[in-house]
Design a protein around this ligand. Sequence first.
Ligand SMILES: NC(=O)c1ccc[n+]([C@@H]2O[C@H](COP(=O)([O-])OP(=O)(O)OC[C@H]3O[C@@H](n4cnc5c(N)ncnc54)[C@H](O)[C@@H]3O)[C@@H](O)[C@H]2O)c1
Ligand SMILES: [Zn+2]
Length: 1611
Amino acid sequence: MATTTDVQKVSILGKESIHCGFHLVPHVVQTIVTELPSSTYVLITDSNIAKFHLAAFEEQFDVSLSSLANGTHAKPRFITNIIPPGEPSKSRDGKAAIEDFLLLNKCTRDTVILALGGGVIGDLVGFVAATFMRGVRFVQIPTTLLAMVDSSVGGKTAIDTPHGKNLIGAFWQPEFIFIDAAMLETLPPREFSNGMAEVIKTAAIRNEAEFGSLESRSAEIFAAIQTPSTGFAGRTRKTRSASQELLLSVIVGSITVKSQIVTLDPLETGLRNLVNFGHTIGHAIEALLTPIILHGECVSIGMILEAEISRHMGILNQVGVGRLTRCLKAYNLPVSITDPRIANLPSAKLLSVDRLLDIMKIDKKNSGDKKKIVILSRIGDTYEQRATVVPDATIAKILSDSVTVIPGVPSHSPVTMVTPGSKSISNRALVLAALGKGTCKLKNLLHSDDTQVMMAALLELKGAQFEWEDAGETLVVHGGAGSLAVPSMGKELYLGNAGTAARFLTTVCTLVQRSPSDEADTTVITGNARMKQRPIGPLVTALAANGGKIAYLESEGCLPLSIQPNGLKGGVIQLAASISSQYVSSVLLCAPYAAEPVTLELIGGQVISQPYIDMTIVMMKSFGIEVVRRAEEGTGKLLDIYDIPKGCYVNPPEYNIESDASSATYPLAIAAITGTSCTIQNIGSSSLQGDARFAKEVLEPMGCKVTQTETETTVQGPPVGQLKAVPHLDMEVMTDAFLTATVLGAVANGKTTITGIANQRVKECNRIRAMIDELAKFGVATNELDDGLEVTGSPISQLKQGVTVHCYDDHRVAMAFSVLASAVPNTVMDEKRCVEKTWPNWWDDLQNKIGLETKGVELAGPTDSVSTTSVDSDSVKNTASIILIGMRGSGKTFIGELAASALEWNSLDADVYFETKLNIGVRQFVNEKGWPAFRETETELLKELLTEKKEGYVLSLGGGIVETPAARELLKEYSKKHGSVVHIVRNMDEVVEYLGVEGSRPAYGESITSVFDRREPWFRECCSHRFINHVEAFADGKIVIDPTVTRRGIREEVSRFFGHITGLQPNLAPNVAWGCRSYFLSLTYPDITPALPKIEELSIGVDAVEVRVDLLRSSKDIEPQGSHIPSQAYVADQIAALRRVTSLPIVYTVRTVSQGGAFPDSVQEEAKELLDLALRLGIEYIDVEISLPDAWIRELIARKGASKIIASWHDWSGKMKWNGPEVQEKYDAADKLGDIIKVVSKANSSQDNFDLQQFVTRMNSRPNAKPFLAINMGTEGQLSRILNTTFTPVSHPLLPSKAAPGQLSFGEIQHALHLIGQMPSKRFYLFGNPISHSLSPTLHNTAFKTLGLPHTYELLETEAVDEMIKATVVAPEFGGASVTIPHKLNIIPVLDRLSPSAEAMGAVNTIVPVESADGKGRILLGDNTDWLGIRGSISARIAPGCIHSALIIGAGGTARAAIYALNNLHAKTIYLFNRTHAKALELVEAFPGVNVQVVEELGKWPGGVVPPNVIVSAVPASETSLSREPHRLHFPAELFAYRDGPAIVVDMAYKPVETPLLKLAKSTAHNWETAQGVEVLLQQGYAQFELWNKRRCPQRVVSNTVWEEYNRRAE
Ligand SMILES: NC(=O)c1ccc[n+]([C@@H]2O[C@H](COP(=O)([O-])OP(=O)(O)OC[C@H]3O[C@@H](n4cnc5c(N)ncnc54)[C@H](O)[C@@H]3O)[C@@H](O)[C@H]2O)c1
Ligand SMILES: [Zn+2]
């Protein structure tokens, strides 16, 4: 069966071996079978591609090979091998796997291998072919665009290693390359765009014509791959559609260029470097962002940055950069690292200039240490026929996001220049020419974001066609004469922050004609977040009144809009024009196309920016439509009424766009401030633009000499420092220039008042505010007015230097401040790229045309050093005030106060606020005015509260607040956009009991229960979180915890909950973040409460506790087994019960039946609610199955705050293989969603564990790999549990049953790890003298034993820090040491580094061996946990923030630690007493900045002060006494004078059991708690243990044992 196929052949290395076409499979197989005879054909592909394209090959081979078989020949074999998709397959393991496959199948040297796939398959299979049996023949059948145009052509093959990409490989040419463009139809669009980056690159360096067609025909090219070709359409010329033809020509064009280059320079010695355009920087970016961001996407950004380098070198013009940018954007490629697809990635933080330059050092093109970049000279050509050397400083300048100007005299003075085309005129000209009939050549069009957006939108509306001439200096517009179409389905017109485009296009879109073939029926225009706040209401109102069918999709009065094709009726249109003249211009421009002639009446008061309206009218006239402005009869006074005839614009053959007058103000102002001269060549007195008056009306009065002709303006500045202030500048006709005037005012002599610019508050930012705030940084005084501002100038020398100006992403702010920067040293402008809006090459022109040097600056921000103490640096911290709601009596005020004290915020009760604001009690108010009036006032005050106390407050609201719908809306809005609204939940019975004794608030008049029932749902709907405040029992009535169990106080839980939900102190497991082994205890019971009394013991060693929510069943639930949905209330109570006994983070899991759990698969809505509940309860880790709908998971992620998502997949069937394609797919899917990835399979043999381990190693070596939990179930899988590092689920021998088959206990795993050599035993020491009585060995050895750690702790008593100690700390088995007297200072020289606390105290009590940051081995870190012991003993009893002052007795090392601890606890005043006064004073010196005051006599407080509520004694008890004795320190009872609240005394002495101080406290003090030295020792010991072992110390067991030992010795 012969199939006719039209193929286009391209020759490479002298052979026509590249065949291109559509639906080539029969041709491919036929060619291979006849041209490459063999006994065995092996096709290798990946599982994605196999799904779509393998069957066709199998069928065709079957047919073709069968026809070959005859008597003499056996039928050749056709075998296939499918491997996992993705870059990780391109590895040594991946290569070996294919080789094993070939060997196993007895393939010999005559084998022909077919590589069907993308670049990964091509590179990998090519390399296998190059070395298998010393080389076999192979064929490339690329299936991605990237592979078609790039990787399959040229014979380069390679694999990756952990050291880098493509480091091992060979040149091995394929026999054939078959390019079947129909395969692109199944390719994901993002992959298509990825390939387009290379296509655009090739055209950009070699072929301008090709580039032009890519530029103008992107929509068609996309259409070609998005419309499936049915019935093999395109296989023959005859059946090929126009868009297919176009697609093929693009591919063939690109391949032809690459083939030519490869043929000229096959071994890459020079010319072939050109194809590396965009790759020098692109590769560096890729190194940091792979695999999340694709190669082509990184190259796309690289091309723009490299083009900017060329522009900065004065080689490429802005037209070239602009065209390249626009073209890449048209194919959905990112063009800057600020693209949200990149900026939102955590790894984007790594993209610092230094890091990128560092990576570029190892580029293959470099010569020596000089970096080389391909420099474009214009679109279609390069500066040299190879890469060009570029200095590092230049690259750094372009890469950095901020810039500074070196002040001085502009070296090009007198400056003569043309500024870029006017944005206003460019945008108007584009609309006019597009709506016009015929062709118009636009000259000096601005190449900027704004015009790009406008052109893209007009193209999308099929309103016109564009072409570039003269290297892009001229835009040829083929007007559509008013014909416009609805964009294709789902395609929105995205306008970024381009205000002019948004306003003009709103009216243009109403003109769109309905067409029966359109699938979409409305046009949607939208923009970025700021654009969505900018007003458009008056325009929409006017259009809607004239037949426009426009709907707001989000907020009323703003974008996005949805516009139906309904046309405009014409006749009278009334428009409010006091916000923006752009509304007026928008209507004027489109008015001729209304059904009837239009009369436009401007209403609503003062019309602003009349010059822009006049500009529009003048330009309309150039395009053949004359607008008439009415005048009052008799007086001739102009009215705000315009008559526009019906008609169609006629395009003039050519239209010259005037330069932008606002832009011109910057170089002119630089002349003014630097006392030099500047001429702007095409702006003069005849200009259409209001801002053209800036020179005459602003600069001249300020003391400049201004010469203006019709078309030219020259300014000569006065000598530096002699600019004069102008008392009043009305800038209404040139509002955009006010920023320039303001910065000049800042250095003029006197006060300048600027008015008429109120509209500048609603521009890219609130510009008036921005100027005021930024000038304040220089020390410039300003004053905001209703419609302007006043600025008082200062001499330049008095302005603050080194200011960093925030530019608000506003081009005018950046350029205005660069004027100031040319006079004030070290001024830095951040966000330098914001100038792209109107003057993309401003910074280049500043240097190259004006002659002021600029320098790149990188503001502190991105760093990659992860601090070891912060567990979670990337989580969001939210300091927005927290609102508490809930029933009266639920404990809002109480919880609010605890929360505020834990967060160190303020607490405020709404009732109190009410009373102080209105001077009347709530109860009295209700009695006098009634409930409705109260509710209304309450809501008003809530509004006020939310704006006045925005941050740092915990606000408790009245219980009835939710009765008012308006208040509910406020709360919902608040919880969505700002901060947390926490519902305090308390058992009804408790509330009733509590309220019985409380009567100060208004009574209910109905039963509390019915109030409760009504309000509960409202509380639930308004809150973002739920805090369960239980005092005794739980809702179920059954859950009662054994009261003998040490309970966590409510204070601890409040501080955990609020610390976590604000992200200020996320309660996460540090080991997970650190990459240390971590475990969780699985509680898999219907009711977990029986396990709670033992929780301390059960959770020894683990990092978290897992609650299997799907298994929870209350005693009332009928179905004990099988699938089941637990009630939310029951789940919440169970969690609350768990919280009462442990602070460990909770892992919350709702496992579905299909994933091995008990939750029904079919009721996903309920699963979603339960997951949502987890977030509300402040759960730390939420297990989310990736089989749930993606949208839900994303919704959950959006709200997760500091909580972490474990994205999980469980293969319960045991079919998933760790070396197969499926697991990779699941991993990748989980990687996209989770913070932690969990994949669970089943082991059938121990080999499965080794395969698992290999997969894990491979995934963990990926850059930025996330924590990965991977285990095999079943007894055979136990090994995988032992080796797993992230959150290994464990059971405990005391628990009745295991959660999963094969589960081990923590102890068992430790033991196993030791046996298999994964946990060598270590030796720990105490250094000091004398130490024989120390309790530290008891402490640490007990902890080791309890945790099953094979370590020992021993005493090493020496006189000095001697050789013995020095030898000990460097021994390989050294695990760490405690250091005590007398070595705490002398040990320091032995150590490599000190922790901040050790540094601050100047003493070390703990030595920790740690890996050095550069990975070069072990270093010794000195730390100090003494202060932690003191802090822990105090903070266990008194909240930080409640300490008003503290007394420390003694001035030795321990006193130092005490000062550090109390300062850390924010004690406001620290009193210090020591018998030797001078020593005390010395200590004060050591803590500058801390409020330490020396007291002369104990018990005597300075007059009027409140006596301290914390006392720490750090002197030996034997030297103290309660009576006056010689040589002993006497403690008077006045020490404990404080009696008004919580207070604590800590005695650091161990002996005797009851020291004099503690005895005194017990006998005389009121309310004082006491802490003994042993407790401090324990607390610091726990901290020390954790530093060494990265594991929590089993505190209860250790403390019991240490106390026992202490008491035993005391007897
Ligand atoms: N040898 C060279 O000269 C050269 C040049 C450039 C890039 N490369 C290499 O190429 C690799 C990247 O290649 P890539 O971008 O083609 O990636 P790829 O091979 O990973 O393919 C991208 C994705 O698309 C899927 N896919 C491929 N074709 C498909 C189709 N027709 N329909 C549906 N899905 C399809 C794949 O399974 C994969 O998931 C990198 O390893 C890079 O180093 C090599
Ligand atoms: Zn590339």
